[in-house]
Ligand binder design. Structure first.
Ligand SMILES: Nc1nc2c(ncn2[C@@H]2O[C@H](COP(=O)(O)OP(=O)(O)O)[C@@H](O)[C@H]2O)c(=O)[nH]1
Ligand SMILES: [Mg+2]
Length: 249
């Protein structure tokens, strides 16, 4: 090989190297842009979700809670086959959109489906007095909501609100938590198929809630933070709900 050839080879090599680094550079830039776009969209999704869904069985007190938060008083003229939507101003944190989702079994899934994407938080309201009688229905509805794929991926904060504490025979939040955990455990073990049938459409995929190989506990749901609180809409005691809303907003 002559000296001239060697020089030429050297020039070609360095051209190849430059092209190589060029490709890596472009790939890096594209990768970074994709990452930034992803983070932007993800953050925007989280920041722009301002909905708080009030869910729970019929007669648990959702509409009374809704009207006390929005109108600061009880309003009787609500039909419970339609959702109620109102704006809640939270000091220093901006507005939240409160949605009272009707509890009737036939319509609740449809309403929840149309609002769950906007949910920053979910308040599951239950009647602390009639829980024993309704435990199966309450646990099924709660299970359906907590194992919803959109809920698992958006990770709204969840509050289980033990309402009607003014009733002399009402159970407290700690007792209710353990009663619910037992029932959710039974459901998880034996009723997965039935749950899927209850969900509208029938072929809805639900996630395994909690940890496999041990009894169900709310603390084991890795994607969700589930808290418990007590209230009495009847005596206008909604302090712990208001505190929770303040922290979520
Ligand atoms: N004692 C008592 N009754 C309540 C309480 N909250 C709601 N109620 C009553 O329970 C019934 C059902 O309430 P409502 O808000 O319509 O329930 P929803 O079906 O979940 O919207 C109404 O008669 C309410 O006055 C509460 O904290 N204590
Ligand atoms: Mg109602």
């Amino acid at each position: 090989m002559s000296k001239k050839d060697e020089t030429l080879r050297g020039v070609l090599d360095s051209d190849e190297k430059n092209a190589h680094w060029g490709t890596i550079g472009v790939a890096l830039i594209v990768g970074l842009i994709t990452l930034f776009v992803f983070i932007f969209v993800w953050r925007k999704g989280r920041v722009s979700r301002r909905g708080i869904c009030l869910v729970g069985l019929c007669e648990s007190g959702k509409t009374l809670i809704f009207s006390q938060l929005i109108y600061k008083k009880a309003v009787e003229s609500f039909t419970s086959m339609k959702e109620n939507v109102g704006v809640l101003d939270i000091a220093n944190k901006g507005a939240l959109k409160l949605i009272d989702i009707p509890g009737h079994e036939r319509v609740r899934q449809r309403f929840f489906d149309s609002y769950k994407n906007t949910a920053r938080g979910i308040v599951f309201v239950l009647d602390s007095f009639s829980l024993n009688k309704d435990i199966r229905d309450v646990a099924e509805y709660l299970y359906t909501i907590l194992s919803d794929p959109v809920v698992s991926s958006n990770r709204p904060q969840v509050l289980i609100l033990c309402n009607k504490q003014d009733h002399p025979l009402a159970k407290g939040p700690q007792v209710i938590q353990s009663v619910l955990e037992k029932e959710m455990n039974v459901l998880r073990n034996t009723q997965t198929n039935q749950l899927e049938a209850v969900a509208e459409g029938g072929n809805r995929k639900s996630f395994y809630l909690g940890q496999e190989g041990k009894n169900f506990e709310f603390a084991d749901i890795r994607s969700l933070r589930v808290e418990f609180a007590a209230s009495s809409a009847h005596t206008e005691d909604l302090e712990s709900l208001k505190k929770w809303l303040q922290s979520v907003a």
